[in-house]
Design a protein around this ligand. Structure first.
Ligand SMILES: [Zn+2]
Length: 352
């Protein structure tokens, strides 16, 4: 399918926001070592700048675009950077940079595809705990998940402070650590508020049912974010964790993150060095879980949670999720668009 540039990629150009038919002229081809076919170039009639098909692709400027899909697959299959680097002979640093670029785009993709959630839904909130560098530097990672289709709406990552009982070795270690680095901040409330605000921004003022455990701060934060639009159902986290537990959806999603993301595994050598990188990794997991992976193993049809919520007409492949750049918001090319002509804001009725 022949590529048609949907707009001028120069953000200063009038044809960036308002492209017109024929805003570009064809401008030859160039050969890229990593691509089998010559890449078509174009020139914008308005700003005279040149660009190519590659300018619109997620892998623009990549030295090894062929490794993007395998890396994505590895990072949602609990493989570490080092192991990926070993088996592909790519450097560890290059692997990390590639992973972070892919993850940033995954974050944009999720934002772009989930701007408006369908009305009348129930959402489940809980916090997952992990750590950065050493187990005495704990992190919280709240998640909000849609109850029926298990769509992950938002995640956030931040430091928390959990002191061990006084007099223990662990407590002494914590005291030494805080002596060196300062008192560890506790941002649990801010992180929970951040995910609830992210959820609110997708609801368009709609009412919602929110489920959580009995943590008192959740009531205050939910009230502050949603006011009287929220029906807050609370369950003790001591209830048996069966499929009947109202928090089952979020508990199982947390278990999936631990299974799929190596750094969240218990008793693993893989450790989050910095919390920002955990957040990036979560963007990748979220796209995998919401748009690529089948909702439940028992489902007959291969439909991801986002298909069930009618955000996309069919599940994405990993290749589609990493195909087009997503840093242009709603103007980005839709991941299901084969020739670049459909943008996220146009939606995709069938499969383009
Ligand atoms: Zn232009």
């Amino acid at each position: 399918m022949e590529f048609i540039p949907p707009f001028c990629p120069n953000s200063q150009c009038e044809r960036h926001e308002k492209p017109e038919a024929g805003f570009f002229v064809r401008h030859g081809f160039y050969e890229a070592a990593c691509r089998p076919a010559p890449i078509p170039r174009f020139r914008c009639r308005a700003c005279r700048r040149t660009f190519s098909t590659q300018t619109f692709r997620q892998d623009y400027r990549d030295q090894r675009p062929d490794l993007n899909e395998p890396l994505y697959r590895s990072l949602v299959s609990s493989t570490g950077y080092r192991q990926f680097a070993r088996i592909t002979k790519l450097g560890v640093g290059a692997t990390q940079r590639k992973a972070r670029k892919l993850a940033r785009h995954a974050g944009f993709l999720h934002e772009n595809l989930s701007r408006h959630l369908p009305v009348g839904r129930t959402f489940v909130l809980d916090e997952e705990e992990t750590y950065e560098q050493a187990s005495i530097r704990p992190l919280t990672m709240p998640l909000v998940v849609e109850r029926e289709h298990w769509f992950i709406v938002a995640t956030a990552v931040g430091p928390i402070r959990r002191l061990a009982p006084a007099g223990t070795k662990r407590r002494q270690w914590q005291i030494r650590d805080e002596g060196k680095h300062g008192k560890r901040p506790d941002t649990s409330a801010q992180c929970v508020e951040a995910v609830l605000r992210a959820l609110d921004s997708k609801l368009g003022g709609d009412r919602l049912v929110l489920r959580s455990d009995l943590k008192a701060s959740y009531v205050t934060i939910a009230q502050a974010v949603f006011g009287d639009r929220v029906t807050h159902e609370r369950t003790s986290s001591r209830e048996p964790r069966t499929t009947y537990n109202p928090l089952f959806v979020v508990n199982t999603t947390i278990a999936m993150t631990r299974d799929n993301c190596g750094r969240l595994r218990r008793k693993s050598w893989l450790v989050t060095k910095k919390r920002e990188f955990l957040q990036l990794h979560m963007h990748q997991f979220v796209v995998y879980r919401n748009y690529i992976r089948k909702r439940f193993n028992k489902d007959k049809e291969d439909k991801s949670p986002a298909v069930h919520l009618q955000l996309i007409p069919r599940s994405l492949t990993i290749g589609e999720a990493v195909r087009w750049r997503q840093d242009w918001g709603q103007g980005s090319i839709h991941p299901l668009s084969g020739n670049g002509s459909r943008r996220i804001r146009d939606g995709v009725a069938g499969v383009a």
